[in-house]
Each structure stands twice: as C-alpha cells, then as structure tokens.
Design a protein. Structure first.
Length: 376
C-alpha cells in the first residue's frame, strides 16, 4: 500500500481538527514543475528587491505601492472604495473618510505596524497574527472560542451558492497548537530547510486552513505573505503588489485552497502562489520604474519652466509620496510658508503637473502622472 502523503479533510461539513501540522512531505513540493517555477519567481523577486533597495526616497514606494496593495486586498473581501476616496482619506490622515476607505487604510496600517513589530521581535509569534487581525478589524477580539460555529461557504449566486465548502478547526486549544506549529515552521530555518518562497506558500495555506479568527483571516494571511518576505530579507519594505494577482485570479486562488484540503493537491496551490510572486514582482518593478521616470521628467520640466522656484527637488519629493497633496503637507514638513506653498502648488497646476480638486470643502492637488501610473 503506497504511503499516504497528505491527510485530507474527509468531510467539509465537519471541523478539520485533524489538520496535519507542518512541515508537509518533501514529495509534495519537490517536483520538476515547482522547482522550475520557483526559479522564475526568485529571479523576478530578486530583480524587484535590487531595484527598490537603491531608491533613496522609500516614502515614494511606501505611500503609493502599499496603498494599492491595501485597496486590492480589501476588494478581494468585497470592500470597495474609489481611488479618489482612498487618496483623500490618506491625505487627511483618515479624519473624514468613509467606512470602506477606513477599512482599506487599516489594512495599510497593519502592513506597517506588523513590519515594525517584526523589526523589533525578529521572529513571528502568535501575538503577531493577533495584532494584524486586531488592526485590520479594529477589535480587541482574539483567537475564536470553541463555541463559534464558523464555516466557509460558496459565494456568488450560482446553484452551489451558500453551500459549505470548508469547516476550519473548532477548538481553541487545537487552533493555538496549530498556530504555534505554524510559527515554529516559519521561524526555524535549520530544522525546516524548505526554500523561503515555498515556505510562504505552504504557510499561507496553513494559516487560512486554521482560520483562527472570526473574520479578517484572508487579509491577515495576505499581510503575512509580504511580512514573511521582508522578514527573510527578500524585500526591504513591504511593497509587493501581491493581491493584484489574487484578485485577477480569485477563483483559482480559492480553488487552490480547496484543492489542498479536499484532494491534497499541493502542487497546483504552490504553483499558483509562485506565479503570483513572479507576476506581481514584475508588475511592481515596472510600476516603480514608471514612477521614478515620471518623477525625474517632471523635476526636469519644472526646473526649465520656473528656474526661480525654491527647493524643487524637495517639492517633487513631497508630491510623489502620495497622489493627493495639500498645502498643509508642505508647511508641516517645514519646506515652505503657507502662502509660498499654495503659490507653488498652483504653479504646478498651471503647467499641468497637478490638478486642483475641491472635495468636501477642501482643496487637494492631484499628481496626474502618479495617479495614472497607480491606476494602470
């Protein structure tokens, strides 16, 4: 009788309290197809890492790429906001934003608070996952108690809509043991020598299968993906636009998760995640290049059009750290006095670099090129 490589979930309507702990057997990921795609993904990610590391103004990436990652990851959970609403909310520091924009900005805050947590702690722990979940959901809730009757149901309006497709573990002690096993797996690279990108794919499935919280598990798991890459030194800051690929291939993403739990199909799940890393590394690399090229071209244009403008490099640096700029951003940074800041922003409107917009009784200056690049 052949060896059983992976114990699947025998009944999707019953809690999977026997979810196999990590690691999985090497035969499940040590295949020619996976190793070939792993090489492609590592090359693309390495190219992105090298490009982002030499950019002097990391704020250019932090406040643009991470905002888009937050927006797209939230759309996977059917939380929608427009670019204008999101950029306005970020410009206002979330003081007057609507519900959807607030949720997106909380995801972005989780990206950065979790990153800071790992910079200090160096390793993942259960508290890391709890912190990310609590930041995203703005709650004091923790790991779901045993009485919570959580099931994952088929979405949409088709004939199978509403049917249970998966039931995660339903025992708090079991959940905590599985989380601790997950933490040990991602931290211990001596005992578990699996390649980092394979580890990320395996760990992401395991977290989603554990489903430790009442809600927000999908977003928490996607934040973890990016933090794992930065924690292992594969990126300096959490800028990979990974959720774009997942949203564009949403059915494949959920089919991949179910393929593991119902058939033990690790190969297709890992290949999906490696394609996501490869594809979004290239997209993010190109987007960074477009932003930097646009920034340099606009700076050269401004110096030519108005050579008397003071501190043009710093001014362009500010308008490229987020799509919407306000006079307050320039005065708070001590770059200009209020009247000078307003005058300079209006001059940039005159030469078609910015567009002045009035929203909710306030004036914002939209960086037209940055907005276009981020929208592509």
């Amino acid at each position: 009788m052949p060896e059983l490589l992976y114990s699947i979930n025998p009944n999707r309507n019953e809690p999977w309290n026997n979810l196999p702990p990590l690691p999985i057997k090497e035969e499940l990921h040590d295949t020619v197809d996976i190793l070939r795609k792993l090489g492609d993904a590592k090359a693309a990610l390495g190219k992105l890492h090298g490009r982002s590391a030499v950019i002097p103004n990391q704020g250019l990436l932090i406040n643009t790429i991470s905002l888009q990652e937050a927006k797209i990851s939230s759309e996977i959970e059917n939380i929608f906001t427009t670019d204008d609403e999101l950029y306005k909310a970020f410009s206002d520091k979330n003081t007057e934003s609507n519900g959807a924009s607030k949720e997106v900005l909380r995801y972005r805050e989780a990206l950065w608070s979790g990153y800071s947590y790992l910079q200090t702690r160096k390793e993942f722990d259960q508290q890391y996952f709890i912190n990310i979940f609590q930041e995203i959901k703005q709650t004091t809730d923790t790991i779901r108690p045993s009485f919570v009757q959580l099931t994952i149901k088929q979405g949409g309006t088709g004939p199978n809509a509403g049917q249970v497709i998966y039931t995660p573990p339903r025992n708090q002690a079991v959940i905590q043991d599985l989380l601790e096993n997950l933490v040990n797996f991602v931290n211990d690279d001596e005992q578990y020598k699996t390649d980092f990108l394979l580890k990320m794919a395996i760990a992401h499935f395991q977290f989603e299968a554990i489903h430790p919280f009442r809600d927000g598990n999908g977003r928490t798991g996607r934040v973890f993906n990016i933090h794992y890459l930065t924690n292992k030194g594969l990126l300096d800051v959490p800028i990979l636009f990974l959720s774009r690929y997942i949203l564009d291939h949403k059915n494949d993403y959920y089919s991949g998760l179910m393929g593991v739990s119902q058939r033990g199909d690790w190969k297709n799940w890992i290949l999906f995640m490696l394609r996501a890393i490869e594809n979004t590394s290239r997209q993010t690399f190109n987007k960074i290049n477009d932003i930097v090229s646009s920034k340099d071209a606009i700076l050269e244009h401004i110096k030519k059009e108005d050579p008397k403008l003071r501190n043009p490099d710093d001014l362009i640096g500010v308008i490229f750290t987020q799509p919407f700029t306000k006079v307050k951003h320039l005065t708070d940074s001590k770059l200009y006095a209020e009247n000078t800041a307003r005058d300079y922003l209006n001059k940039l409107c005159d030469i078609q670099v910015l567009e002045k917009k009035e929203m909710s009784g306030h004036h914002y200056y939209l960086n037209l090129e940055l907005y276009r690049i981020l929208s592509e």
